[in-house]
Design a protein around this ligand. Structure first.
Ligand SMILES: C[C@H](O)[C@H](O)[C@H]1CNC2=NC(N)=NC(=O)C2=N1
Length: 101
């Protein structure tokens, strides 16, 4: 997976395919709402497993019933790369099984 920084247009085009995700400074970010604190915690664990598989890690924020992700690519100097979108798509695929909205 390439780690070249993506252009602003490429980022915007890719975000258009990811409802709920947005650009926050030099990172992409999404907050999921869950049905309970326990469900939110379970989602965090599942995301952590996926991040280990990808060897690509976001900053995860666990709230009462929310999970926030904020990610960019350290190896690209903190720019947004295709690896960040790969993680975003993987999380989008697994979040519904936790009842995430
Ligand atoms: C050594 C290890 O493979 C690298 O440090 C990985 C770990 N997780 C990572 N996560 C993120 N977000 N960006 C990286 O560049 C990165 N690099």
């Amino acid at each position: 997976m390439p780690t070249e920084p993506l252009s602003q247009k490429d980022i915007e085009d890719r975000l258009a395919e990811l409802p709920g995700w947005s650009l926050d400074g030099d990172s992409i970010t999404r907050t999921y709402r869950l049905g309970s604190h326990f469900a939110a915690t379970g989602l965090v664990v599942h995301i952590a497993q996926t991040q280990e598989e990808l060897d690509h890690h976001s900053t995860l924020t666990l709230g009462y019933d929310t999970v926030g992700l904020t990610v960019n690519t350290h190896d690209a100097g903190g720019a947004v790369t295709a690896k960040d979108f790969e993680l975003a798509h993987r999380v989008e695929d697994l979040a519904p099984s936790h009842g995430a909205a």
